[in-house]
Design a binder for this molecule. Structure first.
Ligand code: ADP
Length: 319
């Protein structure tokens, strides 16, 4: 079950927040031909790719036949100052990033009804869609995805950006099965060194314990490292480590660092050890991205150069 992201500013930090229910807003229904006011940019809608909080994402074609993804947000949903600030922050952060494993932000424009963002098209959907079809990934495939994800994350952190919502549903795959991190809707820019963030946000299964339980101190880059640990576990096991029936129970398991590896499936001891190191409750004790990539699971295991397209529906073999 996909979980909606939560974003809620807490003043006295009582109970951790439950996922936000979006107020009823009419979803965008953009015209067949999407253009800016001067018609410098013009796209034809060719299909729908997905739907998020307030946005709909379409596949569109430009005048020269090039395809991209177009994220559409209605102006109606941007009536509050908070909603506007959030969208501007997403745009500002996303357009500042340029990396082979981050969805490229192309343009941003508007018409009377909507705001449009054109993005690099990821033909193969998200890792969440792929995991549903495959149930779980082999360790070589998981290494391939993790190396690219960690590279993208290292780049973001070097550019003072915390993603804060890394999860399988926000990791897209291009036509060559390369990782493209997307959805900067909850990302934060660290403008002063040592600055701590206090907004409680993330997606329940992937949320770091300090976000929920150390609200006085706030959180920083290490929350992405935690999510990377959750993602690694999920890739090799097939379900997230703290998954359980309701959000409160998930938070309790996160607080108690309560998860286990299945006994009936072969998950290498190296990957178990690495996950255990990453899921260290104290963010200061958590390994750095460099330490993660230097772990024996990466250095002594097979890392394929590419993932064949057949991996879409069946387990590829790497020898
Ligand atoms: P939100 O921020 O509202 O959650 P997302 O950016 O996650 O919206 O996009 C919602 C859905 O649209 C995604 O789950 C995915 O299915 C699709 N999508 C988003 N960006 C792309 C892209 N660049 N290429 C292909 N599909 C995309």
């Amino acid at each position: 079950k996909p979980q909606p992201a939560v974003a809620d500013r807490q003043k006295q930090a009582p109970e951790p927040p439950l996922p936000r229910q979006n107020a009823k807003v009419t979803p965008p229904s953009p015209p067949k031909v999407i253009a800016d006011k001067t018609r410098t940019l013009e796209f034809v809608r060719v299909g729908m790719l997905g739907e998020g909080g307030f946005a709909r994402v379409y596949e569109v074609q430009d005048r020269r036949g090039g395809r991209c993804a177009c994220k559409v947000v209605t102006k109606q949903s941007l009536k509050t100052k908070k909603a506007k600030t959030k969208l501007y922050a997403e745009i500002k952060i996303h357009r500042s990033l340029e990396h082979p494993n981050i969805v490229t932000f192309q343009d941003c424009f508007e018409d009377d009804e909507n705001v449009y963002m054109t993005l690099e098209l990821c033909h193969n959907g998200s890792l969440m869609d792929l995991l549903r079809r495959r149930r779980r990934f082999t360790e070589p495939e998981s290494r391939f995805f993790m190396v690219q994800l960690i590279g993208a994350c290292h780049y973001m952190h070097n550019h003072q950006v915390i993603h804060r919502d890394l999860k399988l549903g926000n990791i897209f795959l291009d036509s060559n099965m390369n990782v493209k991190v997307g959805d900067f809707g909850l990302a934060a820019l660290i403008e002063n060194p040592g600055e701590r963030k206090k907004t409680i946000c993330g997606t329940p299964n992937y949320i770091a314990p300090e976000v929920l339980f150390d609200t006085a101190n706030g959180h920083s880059f290490e929350v992405d490292t935690w999510s990377i640990g959750v993602i690694l576990y999920t890739l090799v096991v097939g379900r997230p480590p703290f998954q359980t029936k309701d959000v409160k129970a998930i938070y309790k398991r996160i607080r108690d660092n309560e998860y286990e590896f299945p006994k009936d499936r072969l998950v290498s001891l190296e990957v178990q050890e690495l996950v255990q190191q990453i899921l260290t409750p104290d963010p200061q004790q958590r390994p750095t991205l460099h330490e993660i990539i230097d772990h024996a699971w990466f250095t002594r295991g097979v890392v394929p150069d590419r993932i064949p397209a057949t991996a879409h529906d069946s387990t590829p073999s790497f020898s």
